[in-house]
Design a protein around this ligand. Structure first.
Ligand code: AR6
Length: 172
């Protein structure tokens, strides 16, 4: 896997020109704050209409919709775990979010996608721990799935970007 298939950027995920963006949703899939709210605002009301037909999503799973008014053709909605101290399968559930989002991407012939820092906002997952899981899962997936050409980690602020860059540089 060429190392340049993983790219860390600072910015707004709703502005990314990729095949699919990933939403850090909740189990209702009916919108919320944070990146979820930003994606619904940018995509327009048709996104909520389509989400109503999905009947929710459990933590660790992923479901796909159209991107409507977004530059991205697709939105892959995944539900991260709420941080409860680390003994409630939060690591495993977060890893599942990345893995399942990538699997759904491949099933829909997505070649480029962008992830936000799932669970690290309202859901309180410690950022560095979450970032290690995110990068580990994406790296492992790309090694066996050449159909995905590029994965962007879109960091909303410079602090998050710095954490992602230092984790990416860690030896694994
Ligand atoms: N682009 C990229 N990243 C963003 C954007 C954006 N436009 N806006 C926020 N972030 P959060 P969670 C970052 O809270 O922790 C919602 O209400 C943010 O700075 O959006 O998984 C859902 O409906 C942080 O780094 O998601 C759920 O109820 C990251 O996105 C709940 O929040 C994730 O923060 C999910 O909580």
């Amino acid at each position: 896997m060429p190392s340049e298939s993983i790219v860390i950027i600072e910015g707004d995920i709703t502005r990314q020109n990729v095949d699919a963006i990933v939403n850090a949703a909740n189990t209702s899939l009916l919108g919320g704050g944070g990146v979820d709210g930003a994606i619904h605002r940018a995509a327009g009301p048709e996104l909520l209409e389509e989400c109503r037909g999905l009947h929710g999503c459990p933590a660790g799973e992923a479901k796909i919709t159209s991107g409507y008014r977004l530059p991205a053709r697709w939105v892959i909605h995944t539900v991260g775990p709420v941080w409860r101290g680390g003994k409630d399968f939060e690591d495993e559930l977060l890893a599942n979010c990345y893995r399942r989002s990538l699997e759904v991407a491949v099933q829909n012939r997505v070649r480029s996608l962008a992830f936000p820092a799932i669970s690290t906002g309202a859901y309180g997952f410690p950022l560095q721990r979450a970032t290690r899981i995110a990068i580990r899962e994406v790296r492992a997936f790309l090694e066996t799935n050449p159909a995905i050409e590029k994965v962007f980690f879109v960091c909303f602020d410079s602090y998050t970007r710095n954490v992602y860059e230092s984790v990416l540089a860690e030896d694994v």
